[in-house]
Design a protein around this ligand. Structure first.
Ligand code: FE
Length: 277
């Protein structure tokens, strides 16, 4: 008998901009209602049919001590870094980037068929991996396994495990579960989530019933403890379900650097300024 997780609180994102004037909605992170959900540091939704909202993109900027997960719904994200890595995350694709000790990269959104939409989630790294070698898991849409639900609907398994299907991304410290869930009206899913792991759901499209609450698009639901999450689509819906083991470490955060102490932040700034990334 599973213990279903309840909704502890809900939050809506706030409009902001980042990079070179890219308009986005910050759902999780400093200055949001939801704050930080250890080890999840930030969640942004970006997307627009107006090129002016994002055409400046995110030109060269550094990261250290954390991971960024870019999930493209529509359109593309062209990326390149100072180690010579580069490519394009296409529609339905995901990039799991482990910044480790440091990279400098650019991320430039591009429409496809007039559409651009995606999410970027920041996941913290534990102390022992903050200075690890940077790495990428570039997952094209077709690399992400999908589980068909018996009563209709489907789940794309980005990380973790669902219904015996192993996620596309692996080897991540926080042991994350990251699911892209698609349900029609009246379709349901129950997801096993380890007890003690931080968990949230973000409703991207449509509306759902979760833990006795009705949640609409743009809502982030922080989930209480338990070992499963049950969701019913009250309309055709798309939602992200995320869970991971909390790190329970001090966080020192300055822009794109996320470390444990202020001295490590000062070191990160010096290393970046002196070209050691
Ligand atoms: Fe970045």
């Amino acid at each position: 008998m599973s213990t279903l997780r309840s909704v502890v609180s809900t939050a809506r994102g706030r409009a902001t901009s980042d990079g070179a004037g890219v308009r986005l909605t910050r759902v999780l992170g400093h200055g949001t209602e939801a704050g930080i959900l250890d080890p999840f540091l930030m969640l942004d939704e970006f997307g627009s049919v107006k090129g002016a909202d994002y055409v400046g993109g995110f030109p060269d900027h550094p990261h250290r001590g954390m991971e960024t997960v870019t999930i493209m719904f529509d359109g593309r994200m062209r990326h390149g870094d100072n180690k010579g890595n580069g490519g394009v995350i296409g529609p339905g694709g995901v990039q799991w980037m482990t910044a480790g000790r440091g990279i400098v990269h650019s991320e430039m959104p591009e429409q496809e068929d007039g559409l651009l939409r995606g999410l970027q989630l920041w996941v913290n790294l534990p102390r022992v991996q903050k200075m690890a070698t940077p790495g990428y898991q570039n997952l094209a849409a077709e690399d992400i396994p999908e589980a068909a639900l018996p009563g209709g609907g489907r789940v794309r398994v980005i990380a973790g495990r669902f219904a015996g299907v192993a996620g596309a991304a692996g080897g991540i410290a926080a042991d994350p579960l990251l699911l892209d869930v698609h349900l029609g009206q009246g379709e349901t899913v129950e997801v096993a989530v380890p007890e003690g792991h931080t968990a949230f759901a973000y409703i991207a499209d449509g509306a759902v019933r979760l833990g006795g609450q009705d949640l609409t698009a743009g809502t982030l639901a922080v989930l209480g403890d338990g070992d499963a999450v049950a969701v019913e689509g009250t309309t055709s819906t798309r939602l992200l379900i995320a869970a991971a083991r909390p790190l329970n470490e001090p966080i020192a955060w300055h822009g794109p650097f996320v470390m444990n102490t202020q001295e490590e932040i000062r070191q990160a700034i010096r290393d970046y300024q002196e070209g050691r990334f």
